[in-house]
Design a protein around this ligand. Structure first.
Ligand code: GTP
Ligand code: MG
Length: 453
């Protein structure tokens, strides 16, 4: 956090949009009330002072979003506007998409403290396909609204010291082409106009000639109107600023030049940009609209920007979000519907749905159990059948084998019988053979003339 005294933050008196609602309640309450005159000083005329003291004590916050293509002079303009140096180095452009970089600073001027956030859309317009460029910006703005809404919905709220990060103004930097708005500019501004106060500015206005600038401004405004883009209009309902705001509305978009460099012009040091052919003075109204922008943004309408953010843009976000969540102010017969009733109705609806879901799930469960049961029974029956089949097969096989065994046993017995008979025959034959040999031996001995074979 930096703490720097700056010039020009004085008109911030009343905080937030609560004053509008309070005024409305007071008006309703005073309707029908009797008007009395006081016979002496009471002291409630110090109310505005009390309010100022309280606000000064609390300090203020202001959040600026800078949207514009790379290198259009966003950082330089912020430095010039607040007469200080915010960022050290230029943003790194090494990420593929657009990313949001938010820096918080604390500034002080006299006894007024300002918490300032400067939010930058780094890499905006760098992509070849720029269709999605606005998305991260919209998401960032919504995220800040959502954070505030969540704080508001809490039972234990701490809104009095809540760090409000909602964007109060979007400075939309238009490239000084001199032709017309780019489709990226129109698409982005259209997406943002219901979420934030847009102040369009022509960046680096020193690079465009005076005649071209006028034509360019007219062209831009007519394109914004024809495309239905709602930019922030400086309010003209407060007569103290109606005239200046009315005049300034006609000067939109402001053509600005930024520079923190101080150059001696005459005997005064002035912020300027020096070129070989001359010098552009940032705070010279015939050179550019920087002073008009500073006047409108900081010195005259800072509080209105904060109030518009709360009463218009945040209110719209809150309404849509609560409607999305099912909250309504009236019932179908257009009768007022309290939050309690909405809650009860939602709760009953939810419980009904829950019961329905439960019943569905129970039925589904019973069905699945039945399905599984019949599947198991089927499988059991199949197993039984298979078992019976196998058993029968086994019995048949067994019987076949037993039959075979029996026939083999029979064969073995027959074979054994045949073998025994054969052995008997053989032994008988051997016996008769040896008897004949003995007989012949005997005969030869008795008759030597018998020749042997
Ligand atoms: P990124 O953060 O990178 O997107 O750039 P940026 O938009 O913050 O631009 P930055 O302020 O860094 O300025 C870029 C260059 O433009 C610097 O060289 C500045 O000096 C120059 N520049 C800034 N404002 C002006 C201006 O009003 N006129 C001219 N001619 N040049 C300017
Ligand atoms: Mg920058």
């Amino acid at each position: 956090m930096h703490s720097v005294p700056v010039a020009g933050i004085r008109q911030l008196l009343v905080s937030g949009g609560s004053t509008m609602a309070a005024a409305e309640v007071a008006r309703q309450m005073s309707e029908g009330a009797r008007n009395l005159s006081l016979s002496g000083h009471v002291g409630f005329d110090s109310m505005p002072d009390q309010l100022v003291n309280k606000s000064v004590c609390q300090g203020f916050c202001f959040n600026i979003l800078c949207v514009g293509e790379t290198g259009l002079g966003k950082s330089t303009l912020m430095d010039t506007l607040f007469n200080t140096r915010f960022e050290g180095d230029p943003a790194a452009h090494n990420q593929p998409g657009v990313h949001i970089k938010s820096n918080n600073y604390e500034l002080q001027e006299s006894n007024v403290r300002l918490k300032l956030s400067i939010v930058n859309s780094v890499g905006f317009g760098d992509q070849i396909n720029k269709e999605e460029s606005y998305k991260s910006i919209v998401e960032f703005i919504d995220a800040q609204f959502e954070a505030y809404l969540q704080e508001e919905l809490k039972i234990k709220r701490t809104l009095h010291n809540y760090h409000d990060s909602r964007i109060h103004v979007c400075l939309y930097f238009i490239a000084p082409t001199g032709h017309s708005l780019k489709s990226l500019d129109l698409v982005t501004m259209k997406k943002l106009d219901s979420k934030v106060n847009i102040i369009p500015i022509i960046a680096k206005a020193d690079s465009i000639s005076k005649n071209e600038l006028q034509k360019f401004k007219i062209k831009i405004m007519s394109e914004l109107v024809s495309n239905g883009v709602q930019i922030y209009q400086f309010p003209t309902d407060d007569e103290t600023v109606a005239e200046i705001n009315g005049t300034m509305n006609a000067h939109l978009p402001f053509a600005v030049v930024g520079s923190t460099e101080e150059i001696k012009i005459g005997n005064k040091m002035m912020k300027a940009r020096q070129y070989p052919w001359g010098t552009v003075q940032v705070e010279n109204e015939s050179h550019c609209d920087f002073v008009k922008l500073r006047e409108m943004l900081i010195r005259v309408n800072m509080e209105d920007l904060r109030e518009q953010t709360h009463t218009r843009h945040y209110e719209l976000y809150r309404r849509c979000k609560l409607e999305e969540m099912g909250f309504k102010d009236t019932d179908p017969d257009n009768k007022p519907f309290s939050l309690q009733e909405t809650y009860e109705a939602k709760r009953n609806e939810f419980l009904g749905e829950l019961q329905k879901k439960e019943e569905e799930m129970r039925q589904m469960f019973v069905m699945r159990v039945k399905e599984k049961e019949s599947e198991l029974k089927e499988a059991e029956k199949e197993l039984h059948d298979k078992f019976d089949r196998l058993k029968k097969l086994h019995q048949d096989e067994k019987k076949k084998l037993e039959d075979k065994k029996k026939s083999l046993d029979d064969e073995i017995n027959a074979f054994k019988q045949r073998k025994t008979a054969a052995e008997l025959l053989q032994s008988q034959a051997q016996q008769s053979g040896s008897q004949q040999t003995l007989k012949r031996e005997k005969e030869r001995k008795n008759n030597p003339w018998l020749c042997t074979e």
